[in-house]
Design a protein around this ligand. Structure first.
Ligand SMILES: *Cc1c(COP(=O)(O)O)cnc(C)c1O
Length: 212
């Protein structure tokens, strides 16, 4: 089932787009099934769960941290995480840089920008993002682009305008900062995200089934 979901999904997206399989709350067996079908990028939103799964799953998996990240937990994923999508403060960047230095690696990150109208979503304003980009002199972090989540709504016009605002900001700075990653789109809205210029989608329930 997971295998079929994955292959249908992969066939429906351009080959240049990276698919992050969002496996939060799902058992290791489900991730293994996806891995056996060739999937290598997996996303989790909790540090503990990510670390636990990484310790028992194949080494060639690229782990994506997609959920809100507390500074005191960066150290657990710093040795191996492939991409942190959820950078939303200077303080978090400072900590990631420190842990990158300790582990002698440059950690790839995305700035999470708040594009949704809802108040509950984490993320930077465009102004805060500008401040970070202007002062970015971190030796052990590479900011590769941006991440955003659209509002949880059926209003396609609204979702599209939120995605477009992020895509526009991305395009504005892409060359200057040498970005290659615009992470937007989930199970319910990834086709729209792709039409707006997304290069990376984070899809969970459409692959693994709905979460309880
Ligand atoms: C859960 C989650 C997803 C995937 O959601 P689905 O609707 O199951 O595809 C994507 N991005 C983030 C940040 C998430 O927390």
């Amino acid at each position: 089932m997971i295998k079929d979901n994955l292959s249908a999904l992969i066939q429906s997206i351009p080959s240049t787009v990276t698919l992050v399989a969002v496996s939060k709350t799902k058992p290791v067996a489900s991730l293994l099934e996806a891995h056996q079908a060739g999937q290598r990028d997996f996303g989790e939103n909790k540090v503990q769960e990510l670390v636990d799964k990484a310790s028992v799953l194949p080494q060639n998996i690229r782990w994506h941290m997609i959920g809100h990240l507390q500074r005191n937990k960066v150290k657990y994923i710093a040795p191996f995480v492939s991409l942190i999508h959820s950078v939303d403060s200077f303080r978090l960047l400072n900590e990631i840089n420190k842990q990158g230095k300790k582990n002698d690696r440059v950690i790839d990150c995305l700035l999470q920008v708040r594009i949704a109208q809802e108040e509950t979503k984490f993320g930077l304003t465009f102004e805060n993002s500008n401040e970070i980009l202007n002062q970015n002199n971190y030796t052990h972090i590479r900011i590769r682009g941006l991440m955003g989540m659209a509002s949880f709504t059926d209003n396609q016009i609204q979702i599209e305008s939120e995605f477009k605002s992020l895509a526009q900001y991305y395009k504005q700075y892409q060359d200057q900062y040498d970005w290659d990653t615009l992470s937007m789109g989930m199970s319910g809205d990834y086709p729209l995200a792709l039409s707006c210029g997304s290069t990376m989608i984070r899809v969970g329930s459409r692959i693994f089934g709905s979460r309880n």
